[in-house]
Design a protein around this ligand. Sequence first.
Ligand code: NAD
Ligand code: UDP
Length: 315
Amino acid sequence: MRVLVTGAAGFLGSHLCDRLLKDEHEVIALDNLFTGFKRNIAHLLDRHDFEFVRHDVVNPIMLEVDWIFNLACPASPVHYQYNPVKTVKTSVMGTLNLLGMAKRVKARILQASTSEVYGDPQVHPQPESYWGHVNPIGPRSCYDEGKRVAETLMMDYHQQNDIDTRIIRIFNTYGPRMAVGDGRVASNFIVQALRGEKLTVYGDGTQTRCFCYVDDMVEGMVRLMMFEGEGCHEPVNVGSTEERSMNDLVECIAHVTGKKMDVEHQPLPQNDPVRRKPDITRAKERLDWQAKISLDDGLRHTVEYFKELLSDQVG
Ligand code: NAD
Ligand code: UDP
């Protein structure tokens, strides 16, 4: 297949490119380098089956491809709140442009959606049938509502224009190639631990997330893209089901790094979800998918990556 990956220089996108090339696809990697880095794909630039295009998905582009993975969108609260209007544009106009492309060239398209479509959920764990509890005018809305509209566009293009769509609802994912200044909890804690700083726990640290290692997530994305069975156009939750509080995560990082951690409590951001855990029945039944890599192992790989990155930066 000739595959377009948008957001390809980012954390998930760059790992997805690696995987698609390994599966012998040809990859066009598109990114505006807002939160992504060329270094994430530098090892691929010389390959004959890989091409990088610097482009913003808010603007239309003409490419001939068989598959589109639409990942372009800042994902960390710090980044998506930096320019909220642009975040909405990226999800809405970006998805529209790529659906237009899918329609013109009859490509299959997968949209990277998010657990944030459930907002601060009142149902636990969250199945795909849950409509969510999202504040439409809060600081997270530009991201949450943007992604919800992107899902709407995917379903409407499918129903109206018979576009071959897939929607993956990605739950918290971590791993190598997250940005040092990304602002998400896994990278924040690891970088702080390696620098000997206090770990910044927001609120009392009892809020929960389920952390999925990037290799498991990429496997889920590829499986969903290839799935052609009944209901293939419906959203599918993909994420770990190991629920951890931020206080637990501090302990895990202490365990993996073998250091004692000091903690500094900071205010809990507005509308920060209290609990989050995916119901992955659908992913299990339809994709035969569940996360395999333990938090300890995943954190170990991630700590190794950041150790090297930080020592390179110092050197
Ligand atoms: P990331 O910030 O590392 O990657 C996003 C990439 O998109 C970056 O390379 C950025 O430069 C690019 N981008 C942003 N706006 C763009 C635009 N207008 N045009 C072109 N490129 C643009 O984040 P990530 O964690 O790799 O997330 C990838 C996708 O997965 C996002 O759509 C995100 O919403 C979704 N997602 C991620 C997680 C997670 O835990 N990592 C969870 C839920 C959903
Ligand atoms: N968080 C934290 N310290 C940090 C960064 C985040 O305690 O340095 C908390 C944050 O308040 C949230 C959880 O960690 O409750 C996950 O935050 P992240 O930004 O990684 O993802 P999201 O909130 O989008 O799930």
